[in-house]
Design a protein around this ligand. Structure first.
Ligand code: ZN
Length: 68
């Protein structure tokens, strides 16, 4: 559950809040602000390059498939 308003965010005043990155290989696909005390994600963003990376992988697989 994320915090989208004053009341929800004010619950986390004084808590241990951390910015966390999620990555696979060398690609960071998501960044999140998380409350460690509550174990919840306050705010998170997907990397806008995720779709592009996915497309690149698909194209690479396609090209490798054509070689055989
Ligand atoms: Zn909290």
């Amino acid at each position: 559950m994320s915090s989208r308003n004053f009341e929800e965010l004010s619950c986390h005043v004084g808590h241990d809040v951390e910015v966390v990155r999620y990555q696979q290989g060398g690609h960071i696909y998501n960044i999140a602000i998380e409350c460690n005390d509550c174990g919840t994600v306050l705010l998170d963003f997907d990397n806008p390059k995720n779709a592009y990376q996915h497309l690149q992988t698909k194209m690479k697989l396609h090209l490798e498939g054509e070689k055989n």
